[in-house]
Design a protein around this ligand. Structure first.
Ligand code: PLP
Length: 509
């Protein structure tokens, strides 16, 4: 493809993408293809001769679109959103053109420097305490990771390294007998180290512990506490670990859990950890990582910063939120902040002669390869920069407030039909969790679950919307999220109308 052919192909492609967004509403939300559908439509081998773009482009609509579930569809109320927007798409376009594996500053200084700057912008916009800024008092800073799962794994690696460094004496090599004993002691200590989370924490915390080969314990959170981790809950878990000879080194706290969008009690967590090691924050402290993958986006609004008391996260060690969920940047843009970047560098800096260079050796630059698990990295900050500049903070606030108010309108509509629905949690951060009301007094859990399941299946079968479900203490419940960029009040009204009609039907049946 030469420049002229690219110009024509790109123009045709952009036109098609615009039409896709403008007509999204006419498609079903969820793909209905059978597994293996694509193999039947494509040749078994790559073509020997190159094909014209027009032929390739035609196959996008004909062969790929049937297998696409439309995450930007206004009727997409499942999971959490996976954002996109025109400025973000433009950022991806430039990023592809400027392709590089920008792991060291010298590999493209602009890639590193823009990332540092836009993550500082973001930290300030979210109201994070100054300790998470690259220019802050604790030499903190932000780095873009591929996903919240990658961020929590990275945090846990750094936490494990910090804990071992602080609580054991490093051995020189070759090992003397005494040193060997110490190495053995480290192995024993490792086997006692435990990462804590709650029964509502995202599964990525358990997966990180699994990858690192450390113990994992989920603290039970209760409905009466809004499914949030409390001071007492954490204190009891710490005491239990101590009694069992286990050594907690990491806690995953959440701002906006996946099932119900609960927020752990940051003040309570901080208090429970006060007496854990002396002095507080001294050697052997528990690293607290705040996973705000979805709801962190809402912190662009000062009222959310105040309600969540976000300043308290300055007492913790790391914070992560996905702009690619609710902040109009397309996947992947997980923004991970640490209070002291040295914690990452100490855990993850592994040198190899081929990567040495004058700038790195001078120590004046950031080499992001030392803040992450992979070596290579893309120019992801461009799309963040474009989105922040195109929407402005005010534009982002407006969008978040609109999502939240649609969530409230949805919950109010369900409350107005309390004969049909019971709200289980929310609305919280544009997420409402509900189930069918009891048909008659004394209806069993199984009966209510079966009816709610029937409602869920029938509504999803319309193809016009997609809802996901969860289970809370044995209760099957439906989640409806109103945070997709294209969703408007009219789509919420349509969702309510459909839910009411189907619920009436199910109740009658
Ligand atoms: N944390 C929370 C609270 C989530 O809801 C999710 C996914 O929805 C994740 C982590 C995992 O996100 P990722 O796909 O970026 O790893």
């Amino acid at each position: 493809m030469d420049s002229q052919a690219f110009r024509e192909a790109a123009t045709a492609t952009i036109d098609e993408i615009i039409t896709y967004f403008d007509t999204l509403n006419t498609r079903n939300v969820v793909s209905s293809v059978e597994p293996g559908y694509l193999r039947k439509l494509l040749p078994s081998e790559a073509p020997q001769e190159g094909e014209p773009w027009a032929d390739i482009q035609k196959d996008v609509e004909a062969k790929i679109m049937p297998g696409i579930t439309h995450w930007s569809h206004p009727g997409f109320h499942a999971f959490f959103p996976c954002a996109t927007s025109y400025p973000s798409i433009l950022g991806e376009l430039y990023s592809s053109a400027l392709s590089g594996a920008c792991f060291n500053w010298i590999c493209s200084p602009a890639v590193t420097e823009l990332e540092t700057i836009v993550l500082d912008w973001l930290a300030k916009t979210l109201g994070l305490p100054p300790c998470f800024l690259s220019t802050g008092p604790t030499r903190g800073g932000g780095v873009i990771q591929g996903s919240a799962s990658e961020a929590i794994l990275t945090a846990m690696v750094a936490a494990r390294d910090k804990y071992l460094r602080e609580t054991t004496v490093p051995a020189a090599s070759p090992l003397t007998e005494e040193e060997q004993e110490r190495e053995d002691a480290i192995m024993i200590k490792r086997s006692r180290m435990v990462a804590l989370a709650t029964t509502r924490t995202h599964s990525s915390a358990r997966k990180a512990a699994l990858i690192l080969g450390v113990r994992f314990r989920a603290i039970r959170v209760r409905e009466e506490d809004g499914y949030a981790l409390t001071k007492d809950g954490l204190a009891a878990a710490l005491a239990e670990c101590k009694a069992q000879g286990l050594e907690p080194f990491f806690l995953a706290a959440t701002l906006g859990t996946t099932d119900v969008c609960s927020v752990d009690d940051f003040a309570g967590i901080s208090e429970a950890l006060q007496g854990w090691c002396a002095p507080p924050g001294g050697p052997g402290e528990v690293w607290v990582h705040v996973d705000a993958a979805y709801a962190g986006a809402a912190l662009v609004c000062p009222e959310v910063q105040a309600a969540t008391r976000i300043g308290l996260v300055g007492r913790f060690h790391s914070f992560d939120m996905n702009m690619h969920k609710w902040l109009l940047v397309n996947f992947d843009a997980s923004c991970f902040f640490v209070r002291d970047r040295e914690w990452l560098v100490q855990a993850l800096s592994v040198n190899q002669a081929v990567y040495g260079n004058k700038a790195s050796d001078g120590g004046l630059v950031t080499d992001y390869r030392e803040w992450q698990i992979p070596l290579g990295r893309r120019f992801r900050s461009l799309k963040i920069w474009f989105v922040l500049r195109s929407y402005g903070v005010k534009g982002l606030q407006e969008y978040i407030r609109r999502s939240i108010s649609m969530g409230e309108a949805f919950a109010d509509a369900l409350k107005a039909r309390s004969d049909l629905f019971e709200i289980v949690t929310g609305p919280s951060f544009a997420l409402t969790v509900f189930r069918l009301a009891a048909k008659e007094e004394g209806a069993s859990l199984e009966e209510r679950n079966a009816l709610t399941r029937a409602l869920y299946a029938k509504v999803n079968a319309t193809g016009k919307m997609w809802l996901t479900s969860t289970e809370l203490d044995g209760r099957f419940a439906i989640r409806l999220m109103t945070a997709v960029r294209t969703t408007e009040k009219e789509h919420i009204d349509m969702a309510v109308k459909t839910l009411v009609e189907v619920a009436e039907d199910v109740m009658k049946g």
